[in-house]
Design a protein around this ligand. Structure first.
Ligand code: NAD
Ligand code: DAO
Ligand code: ZN
Length: 369
């Protein structure tokens, strides 16, 4: 079949809208009509060329929602008409990783996904006879895409696509980092570095679990108002701090953060996030993805004296199990999504979404098909 897609022909170039060819689903795969997709910082990172695993030409996008149109042989968990969210972190429930109960990093299709291919080692997308790579196993910047059955989460049929597509990455990553990875407890002091599409969801995750002080740190003062509306209690702009930021945060929190989160992707900020943690028990969680080849550092004594450093992918969420629950939370008003979706654009204007992200004028832009 033919479908409309925004194609990344090469790194650093704007996306081009094309009618691409899409083969139908093979065994264990499903064809999904994407109704809406968010544009995430990670898409921009890969498009920029900084992602060492970036493959071109490709169809980017990993934060979508849509409807199953067709299923391949052997598919049992979804059927045509089901509403789904594609999962860049699948959940096979059979591999060593899934069965460990210790991680959400299912490895069932990891190797081919990393090569921009479906599990059989081929691509379903092409343009004028030239193969296009899949992206993060999702490629949601296409009106139709093919996904492995284990990489779709079935969601409530009344959930609005334009809102819950954001659960496919940002919401789950931020809220999940608090609940699944850091296990923040009621009353805890939390410091969140970076109040963008991910950090705001960490803020609302902290509010959800009943955190006490919720400190947001951002160099963009325009983020203060929206972060407060999601539960931030104190705002710190590093540009306005005289002296050491870490010392300021330790004083503000009365001895250091019980939990901190780095939601930017900068290694110097990751260090500050660790070092502002409370001696003896503070836990710092890295959410941001740093540039290729970059390294983190601190004095080992920071760890010897009881601070812990960890990271999280997709908020530690098991996609097929947890994503439908997060969609339900949204529908019941337990979490908010709408104010974070600052712009909705047609596919033809997708490059504007990247521009606004770089300018810092959007939180999330959603593309409506
Ligand atoms: P974003 O661009 O929307 O937000 C980043 C925020 O950080 C902005 O508000 C910006 O003003 C602020 N900032 C930049 N430099 C700063 C500094 N030195 N000090 C304080 N604030 C600063 O990005 P996002 O979509 O929220 O993504 C954040 C990071 O999370 C990215 O690195 C992204 O790739 C990563 N990410 C990780 C996962 C995961 O599973 N671990 C999932 C999605 C995204
Ligand atoms: O090695 O098992 C693996 C795959 C890990 C992929 C996790 C990706 C999370 C961070 C990337 C940002 C996603 C938008
Ligand atoms: Zn698995």
């Amino acid at each position: 079949m033919k479908t409309r897609a925004a194609v990344a022909m090469q790194a650093g170039q704007p996306l081009v809208i094309e009618e691409v060819d899409l083969e139908g689903p093979k065994a264990g795969e499903v064809l999904v009509e994407i109704k809406a997709t968010g544009v995430c910082h990670t898409d921009a990172y890969t498009l920029s060329g900084a992602d060492p695993e970036g493959l071109f030409p490709t169809i980017l996008g990993h934060e979508g929602a849509g409807v199953v149109l067709e299923v391949g042989d052997g598919v049992t968990s979804v059927q045509p008409g089901d509403h789904v969210i594609p999962l860049y972190t699948p959940e096979c429930r059979q591999c060593e990783y899934c069965l460990s109960g210790k991680t959400n990093l299912c490895q069932a299709i990891r190797a081919t996904q990393g090569q921009g291919l479906m599990p059989d080692g081929t691509s379903r997308f092409s343009l004028n006879g030239r193969m296009l790579h899949h992206y993060m196993g999702c490629s949601t910047f296409a009106n139709h895409t093919v996904l492995p059955e284990i990489a779709v989460a079935k969601i409530h049929e009344d959930a609005p696509f334009e809102k819950v597509c954001y659960v496919g990455c940002g919401v789950t990553t931020g809220v999940g980092a608090v609940i699944n990875t850091a296990h923040v407890e009621p009353g805890a002091n939390v410091v969140v570095f970076g109040l963008g599409g991910i950090g705001l969801n960490v803020i609302q995750g902290a509010r959800l679990v009943g955190a006490g002080m919720i400190v947001g740190v951002d160099i963009n003062p325009a983020r203060k108002g929206i972060a407060e509306s999601f539960g931030m209690t104190h705002f710190v702009n590093p540009k306005e701090i005289e002296g050491d930021l870490v010392a300021h945060l330790v004083e503000l929190t009365g001895g250091g953060a019980d939990y901190s989160f780095e939601c930017i992707g900068k290694v110097d900020v990751m260090r500050a996030a660790l070092e502002c943690c409370h001696k003896g028990w503070g836990v710092s969680t890295i959410v941001g993805v740093a540039g290729a080849g970059e390294e983190i550092s601190t004095r080992p004594f920071q760890l010897v004296t009881g601070r812990k450093w960890q990271g999280t992918a997709f908020g530690g969420a098991r996609g097929r199990t947890d994503v439908p629950k997060i969609v339900e939370w949204y529908m019941k008003g337990k979490i908010e999504i709408d104010p974070m979706i600052t712009h909705v654009l047609p596919l033809e204007r997708i490059n504007e979404a990247f521009e606004m992200m770089h300018e810092g004028t959007s939180i999330r832009t959603v593309i409506r098909f």
